[in-house]
Design a protein. Structure first.
Length: 91
């Protein structure tokens, strides 16, 4: 009976630690996405009027924006009904 209790405690701890790791990983992934968004905003903020870093820094960090640039170009090419309606109504 003592061996069964020990196995139960070990299984409980494994499950608890697994859930803790999963939660921690999700939080870190969310923070990474937000940091990528902030990085992109700093790099491309001049489009919306935010002062940008010096051009030499922009050029050196541009390779890190490859994924964001891919997403932006993909969205620009996709059909966007709302944008088309806004264009028709001259909004």
């Amino acid at each position: 009976m003592g061996h069964n209790v020990i196995e139960s405690v070990v299984q409980f701890l494994k499950g608890f630690l697994g859930a803790f790791k999963k939660g921690s990983t999700e939080i870190i992934e969310f923070e990474l996405r937000e940091l990528e968004n902030i990085f992109t905003l700093v790099q491309m903020g001049f489009f919306i009027g935010i002062p940008s870093p010096p051009p030499t820094i922009l050029i050196r960090t541009m390779p890190h924006l490859a994924r964001e640039i891919f997403i932006m170009t993909k969205r620009a090419v996709e059909d966007d009904v709302l944008s088309e309606m806004a264009g028709v109504f001259d909004i």
